[in-house]
Design a protein around this ligand. Structure first.
Ligand SMILES: Nc1ncnc2c1ncn2[C@@H]1O[C@H](COP(=O)(O)OS(=O)(=O)O)[C@@H](OP(=O)(O)O)[C@H]1O
Length: 398
């Protein structure tokens, strides 16, 4: 592929503190209480194609990526797949440094060992990623409108240096260069976060030529990109591209803020946000368009509508069976966890078999699992395991 040979380091300045980068930079199980019927709307798996099991998911921050990661964890655990977990027990692959293969637990340049799924937070660097997954891996990611993404980032990363001295996003945007220091190690949370996660320079040139090069590089590295504003449509596309069935992509939103911390932004602020995050805006608008083109090509609007309806039905069934409701009290005030996040409470009376089924839908995906296994059994979102929340909280604190 084009990007595998092109030195993007020459195109975009890549800040990679401390770590030297190469020139290139750039269904749940059946029989667990709830019976799952094969959906008549299932994708390639039922059409005789083998489900894809070698996957690279670039977990772009604040873009519903934890929900997607949770789906991958569940699928991986169900199918005994291996994961490229971070060395040293972290929940990120040494982010914000560019990814290096040696960040993965169990990786050795001398061993042919490859992992099925790579999905923890990382700053993308394809030549290194290629060392830890099979060459057949499917690469995908998920994007979010940069306006909402930055609003979410502002609340979530309030302690980041660019945000710590302002009371509101408006204040930051009124004089961004007063607060934003491009040399600061955590500046990416405040500008072009998606661009950064894809491996590029968030303060890079926005000339049309450079933007085109960046888009082409992403296009040649990734098989498809999803859009979090169209999450259900994205899940239908995901299961289609991976030849999975519909039940494999049923989920509940994770990492959601309580509405009290969400603000409606005036138009003037929205425009400033788009201009400030111009590179992200270019990525988002381009891949939003190609997302719908892909849907037309692979699924068609009519089937998409049917499948989205079926997906929502399954989600509702699952919610009725497993969820008692949402509960903020599971997220007690904690100095390291100031954000108001919504938790789910699972029904206490679930039978053991159902409990196994339900907790698979709620695995946090952020706790570090024991050696090479998946943390799907942690169930921190359940009332019974609320103690686990504090672990999650400390894992979150950067
Ligand atoms: N299914 C679905 N559909 C739409 N939006 C969703 C979904 N799941 C999670 N979210 C929203 O994604 C935000 C959290 O993103 P991440 O999980 O990527 O955050 S993190 O970087 O891992 O911390 C967070 O956004 P904010 O609530 O605006 O902060 C979640 O509400």
């Amino acid at each position: 592929m084009w990007s595998r040979n092109v030195s993007l380091g020459k195109i975009f300045h890549m800040a990679a503190p401390r770590v030297r980068c190469p020139l290139w930079t750039g269904g749940m199980r059946e029989g667990q209480g709830l019976t799952l019927q094969q959906s008549p709307l299932a994708g390639g798996e039922l059409q005789g194609e083998r489900p894809k099991t070698d996957i690279v998911f670039l977990k772009v921050h604040k873009s519903a990526s934890s929900t997607v990661m949770n789906i991958l964890f569940r699928f991986g655990e169900m199918h005994n797949l291996t994961f490229a977990f971070p060395q040293g027990g972290g929940y990120q692959l040494y982010y914000p440094y560019h990814f290096l293969a040696r960040f993965v637990q169990g990786f050795s340049p001398l061993s042919p060992r490859r992992f099925n799924i790579l999905c923890h937070h990382m700053r993308f660097l394809q030549p290194e990623v290629q060392k830890v997954v099979p060459s057949s891996a499917v690469y995908f990611s998920i994007l979010r409108n940069p306006v909402q993404l930055m609003e979410s980032s502002f609340v979530y990363y309030k302690g980041a240096s660019a945000f710590s001295r302002v009371r509101s996003l408006e204040e930051f945007l009124s004089q961004p260069w007063r607060y934003y220091d491009p040399t600061s190690g955590d500046r990416h949370y405040a500008r072009n976060l998606m661009t950064f996660d894809f491996g590029f320079n968030p303060d890079g040139d926005v000339s049309p030529e450079r933007v085109q090069l960046m888009l082409k590089a992403i296009e040649s590295s990734f098989d498809f990109l999803l859009i979090s504003e169209y999450f259900d449509e994205s899940m239908v596309l995901l299961k289609e591209m991976l030849c999975w069935d519909l039940d494999s992509v049923v989920s509940f939103p994770l990492n959601s803020r309580d509405s009290s911390t969400k603000s409606l932004l005036p138009d003037s602020v929205v425009e400033k946000l788009k201009a400030w995050n111009r590179l992200d805006w270019e990525i988002y608008t381009h891949f939003n368009r190609t997302f719908w083109e892909r849907i037309e090509r692979h699924i068609g609007r009519e089937r998409l509508r049917r499948e989205v309806r079926a997906l929502r039905q399954r989600q509702a069934e699952l919610a009725r069976a497993c969820l008692q409701g949402t509960d903020q009290s599971l997220f007690p005030p904690h100095p390291k966890c100031p954000r108001q996040l919504l938790a789910y409470t699972l029904f206490l009376g679930l039978q053991e078999t159902q409990w196994g089924y339900c907790r698979h839908c709620n695995s946090p995906g952020l706790l570090r699992p024991a050696r090479g296994t998946v943390p799907a059994l942690c169930g921190f979102l359940a009332v019974q395991d609320s103690q686990q929340f504090m672990q999650k909280c400390s894992v979150f604190s950067l």
